[in-house]
Design a protein around this ligand. Structure first.
Ligand SMILES: NC(=O)c1ccc[n+]([C@@H]2O[C@H](COP(=O)([O-])OP(=O)(O)OC[C@H]3O[C@@H](n4cnc5c(N)ncnc54)[C@H](O)[C@@H]3O)[C@@H](O)[C@H]2O)c1
Length: 366
C-alpha cells in the first residue's frame, strides 16, 4: 500500500464498493484517471460485478467488502453504498490504511459522520466526500466571480432542488429513516446546501429553523424508479419528501434551502441565488427532457451603469472531477488537510434541520 507523491511513483490501486448509479460513476472515473489502476469491485449483485468487471478488466470482484479490503492491496477506495453503510465502511477502510472517497450524504447523521473524521485523523489518511454537483461548469464560473469580489458582501442566498416526480428507491433503503437518515433534504438538499455555502465562501451555519412534510411517499406516489436495490414489500416511507429550512450564518447572513423529491410543479428545478452588497447572481438548471434549461446570471454595475456579466462556462466536471480532486489530495501527501471536516459541518446542519422540524423551534447547529 503506497501513497503516491511524485510522478514516478507506481499507480494508485483503486477499488469501489457499491455498483449502483453512484458507484458506476466512480468506476468510470477511476478507469479514465491517469496513474490509477482499478483493481477491485465489491457489491451484492454478482451480474454487475461480472459485467462491470469485464468492461473495465477488473479482476478483483467481491460480494464481501471486508474481504476486498483485506485481500485487494488497495491504496484508495470509493464507497457508494446505502448511506447507513458509509460510516462503518469508511472507518474500516481508513483503519486498513486506505484513503477514502465516500458518496454524499456523508452519513445518516453527524454522530456517524464524526466517527469518519476521527478515523481519518487517527489513520493519517485522506477522507473526501463526493459533492459532484459543485463541479458543474456554471457553478465553478460563479465561484470565480464571487472570489473576484464583484458581488461584495453576500448576505443572503436561496438554494433549492425541487423534483416533479423523483423519489428514489421508493420502498428500499432510500425511504427508511434508519438507513437513509432523512429524505429529500438528506439526499438532494445536501448538494444545494454544499453548493450554496461553497459559493458564499464557507460561512458557518449557526442555527436552523426547518419543516419537513411527507405528502407523496406515504401514498406510494412520486417514485422515480431510481436505484438498483431491491424494493421490499411493506417497507414504510419514514422520511420527508419536502423540506424547507431557514439557516442563520455567522456575520448575520441567512440562507433559505428547499428540497423536494416530488411536487406539483411543471419540471425539475435546481438553483442558487446570491444577494450581495455590490451585485447579485443566480445559477439555475432544470426543465423537462425535451426542454432542459441552464442559466447563469450576474448583475452588478460598472462605472455606475447597471450591468449584466456573462461569465464563460467550462464543461461540467461531475464525478470525474470529484475523483480527480480526491486523487490530487491523496498525492499531495497532506492528509491532515483533508479529513472530511467540511462535510461533517454539513451533516451537523442537517441534524439541526431535522431536530428543528421535529421540535418546531429554531435549533443551534452543534
Ligand atoms: N453524488 C450523486 O450524484 C449521487 C447520486 C446517486 C446516489 N448517490 C449516493 O450514493 C450512494 C448509493 O446510491 P445508489 O443510488 O447507487 O444506491 P443503490 O441502492 O442503487 O446501489 C447500492 C449499491 O451498494 C451495494 N451494497 C449494498 N450493501 C452492500 C454491502 N453490504 N456490501 C457491498 N455492497 C453493498 C449494492 O450491492 C449496490 O451495488 C447513496 O449514499 C446515495 O446518496 C449519490
Amino acid at each position: 500500500m503506497t501513497t503516491t507523491t511524485s510522478p514516478s511513483s507506481p499507480p494508485l490501486r483503486a477499488g469501489v464498493i457499491g455498483l449502483g448509479w453512484a458507484g458506476q460513476q466512480h468506476v468510470n472515473a477511476y478507469a479514465a484517471a491517469p496513474g490509477v489502476e482499478l483493481v477491485a469491485l465489491a457489491a451484492k449483485e454478482e451480474e454487475l460485478l461480472a459485467s462491470i468487471g469485464d468492461a473495465h478488466g477488473v479482476a478483483g470482484r467481491f460480494t464481501d467488502w471486508q474481504q476486498m479490503l483485506a485481500e485487494a492491496d488497495l491504496d484508495v477506495v470509493s464507497i457508494a453504498t446505502p448511506t447507513f453503510l458509509h460510516s462503518p465502511m469508511t472507518v474500516a477502510a481508513l483503519e486498513a490504511g486506505l484513503h477514502v472517497l465516500c458518496e454524499k450524504p456523508m452519513a445518516e447523521n453527524a454522530t456517524a459522520a464524526a466517527r469518519m473524521v476521527a478515523a481519518a485523523e487517527s489513520a493519517g489518511r485522506v477522507l473526501d466526500i463526493a459533492f459532484n454537483h459543485r463541479q458543474r461548469g456554471d457553478v465553478a464560473a460563479l465561484r470565480s466571480v464571487v472570489e473576484s469580489g464583484v458581488l461584495g458582501k453576500i448576505y443572503y442566498a436561496k438554494a433549492g432542488w425541487l423534483r416533479r416526480q423523483g423519489i428514489p428507491g421508493l420502498g428500499t433503503w432510500f425511504t427508511r429513516a434508519d438507513s437513509a437518515g432523512g429524505g429529500a433534504m438528506m439526499d438532494i438538499g445536501v448538494h444545494m446546501l454544499d453548493m450554496a455555502l461553497h459559493l458564499m465562501g464557507e460561512p458557518t451555519v449557526t442555527a436552523a429553523s426547518a419543516s419537513t412534510h411527507a405528502e407523496f411517499g406515504p401514498l406510494g406516489r412520486g417514485g422515480s424508479g431510481f436505484g438498483i436495490s431491491t424494493v421490499e414489500e411493506g417497507v414504510p416511507f419514514e422520511v420527508e419528501d419536502l423540506a424547507t429550512a431557514f439557516l442563520r450564518l455567522d456575520g448575520g447572513g441567512t440562507l433559505l434551502l428547499e428540497s423536494s423529491w416530488a411536487q406539483w410543479i411543471p419540471y425539475d428545478q435546481c438553483y442558487v441565488a446570491l444577494y450581495g452588497s455590490d451585485g447579485g447572481a443566480s445559477v439555475e438548471w432544470g426543465g423537462s427532457a425535451q426542454e432542459p434549461y441552464q442559466r447563469l446570471h450576474v448583475w452588478t454595475e460598472v462605472a455606475g451603469v447597471p450591468a449584466e456579466l456573462q461569465p464563460a462556462v467550462g464543461p461540467h466536471g461531475q464525478h470525474a472531477a470529484s475523483v480527480t480532486q480526491f486523487l490530487a489530495k491523496v498525492r499531495s501527501g497532506d492528509a491532515a488537510a483533508h479529513t472530511g471536516a467540511q462535510a461533517l459541518a454539513r451533516a451537523r446542519v442537517l441534524d439541526a434541520c431535522y431536530a428543528s422540524a421535529a421540535s418546531g423551534a429554531e435549533v443551534p447547529v452543534g
